[in-house]
Design a protein around this ligand. Sequence first.
Ligand SMILES: [Zn+2]
Length: 319
Amino acid sequence: MKIKKRSKPLPLRKLDVIIPRLSPQFPRLPEMKEEAKKQGRGYSGEIKVDYHLEILASRYTLLDDVYLHNNSKNFQIDSLIAGNHGIFIIETKNYMGTIIFDSILKQLIRDDGNVESGFNYPITQTETQKFHLRNWLLKHRLTHIPIYYFIAIADPTTIIKVDGDREAISKVVAHAARIPGMIIEKDQELAQAGKPKLPDYQIGKMILHECGVYDMDIMGQFGLTCRNLLPGVFCPGCGIRGMQRIHGGWICRKCRHKSYYAHVKEVHDYVLLNGSITNTECMWLLGLNSRSTATRVLQKSGLIYLKEPKCWVKKTRIY
Ligand SMILES: [Zn+2]
């Protein structure tokens, strides 16, 4: 059973909100677009891998995007599978072209046909996750649980090459479609070796209970404050910014699309970036000139009001 489903990562959601609200002259805009592209590529790779792992949901406990805290360190696992006799960590990689695992120098080289680029060695990265997960389990009195990892190559057209120990790499690296079979095989191997049956659902629940949400201060990282953002309501029809307020709703200046709820997304996006929204900020964001309209809009937006410090926040706050 899958007990934790993937959603779009917060840093990527933030980038998607910020980029259309920046002036085209903002100097770091190209860098931000590049970052959004990179993160989007990672996310779409994870979705592709989820599709293949889904087949395991009938016999094991699956958790997407596990983010745990242990000994003042946070660690993130793309997919975690609590099997019948072991726990499996899946790290997803989504690269175009050819990737070369250099098992001697412990590096990953990607060749897209034009340029060779170097990346963190996924095996070292996943070994670290395994180390943290083992410590986390020990802290929760779960000892002697076998942990294995696999590196899933999301795109079936990516060519995988090895420089060095081909056999060792082939045991842990494969295209996503092969990963479920490799997990089942390993789990059965553990059963044959006499490893005890695990309470996989209980272990999964325990992990789920302690899972946090990975976030990044994207605004701070790119030297932005909400003052750098351009205000206005985006048209759900044609995508341009600056819908006009009319009798409790909005109309697009360009395509004449009408909407009653176009502002709800804008308010929530603002809270995503800023953590909260005040009445004044709402007036600025939506281009309202009446305080009472802003209050009414906020009351209907599914947020809750905090008397101190006089602002609106999401019902469930993310720490
Ligand atoms: Zn429009």
